[in-house]
Write a protein that binds this ligand. Sequence first.
Ligand SMILES: *Cc1c(COP(=O)(O)O)cnc(C)c1O
Length: 357
Amino acid sequence: MINFTVGPVQMDEETRQLGSDQIPYFRTPEFSLIMKENENLLCKFFDAPENSRVVFMTGSGTASMEGGVMNFFTSQDKVLVVNGGSFGHRLVELCQIHQVPYTEIKLEYGVPLREKDLAGFENQGYTGFLIQLCETSTGVLYDMNMIGNFCCRNNIFLFVDAVSGFMADPVSMKKMHINAVITGSQKALALPPSMSFTVLDEKAVERCKKINVRSLYFNYPDYLLNGERGQTPFTPAVGTCIMLNEKLKRIEKTGGIENQNRLAKERADYFRSRIKDLPLKLFSDEKDSSNCVTALEVQNGQSAYEIFTEIKDKYNMWICPNGGELKDRVFRVGHIGNITKDELDLLVEVLHKVCKI
Ligand SMILES: *Cc1c(COP(=O)(O)O)cnc(C)c1O
């Protein structure tokens, strides 16, 4: 099977090797050291300001989306939530469930947020802004510089779900005025699903301490306190923490996060250049598209979901189907994880066989 989805993605040999080891006991100075290294490297790769911290959550990306909404916002806030697809919609649902007063900015799917969409929200007393870096369901990459500047001049707390975008697209907490940002283990980090990570700047740390959430497992101040000695309040996915450590150090040794961004862009550009003669249209403009994934709209009347099924059953490859209203129109090809150019060539060959011209 070749896996071209957006997660779980194909793991590196080094990660797979670690996966066969026994899981060590973790309340030890040795494990604490690993976690402190993980914290430092994640802060570095997100270009986090001085004194930033990381919450290591055992739970998939959605756990940290929910943890963030619970720990950074209350019924006293007034937040803007951008809904450009299923992950934006999830942020809206979380605000509803946790009774955070919100205004939804609903975008046409495949279209990015523009400056004009924000014009009416200047100086309106908003205190929070929730958005993805890459809306994985449509492949749209949001203009985080524009959004960060809007939040900065309006003194708005910016919470970014970069679960899929991290490593594929550039992200800098400092330059983009991001206060808290999350990623997950099974996306570009190419580890097993199990954990998600939130980087908090000083403002985010202060915010969650003041709010003091009514939850045992999602109590961020508790994670931060334990984290001071390189520990977590409860048993983490220890194996994933160890794989994360090896992966982050390997990234550091091989050209850093910039090199990871470059490799993802190379894969995305190469794949997009090779499908131009197929009856498939980029779902978002190339200039608004993330390097993480290419969403393709089928132009010849075939069902996108049937194309996914045929490629899976006949050719042993997974592309990524869409859900909901896009199920029959759109499928996606991921560019994160350990994907080679040869594998992309194989996929293009198969697409030529399956998509009738
Ligand atoms: C994958 C993903 C998540 C997390 O999904 P889980 O299934 O909970 O890991 C969150 N946000 C985005 C943008 C994603 O792509």
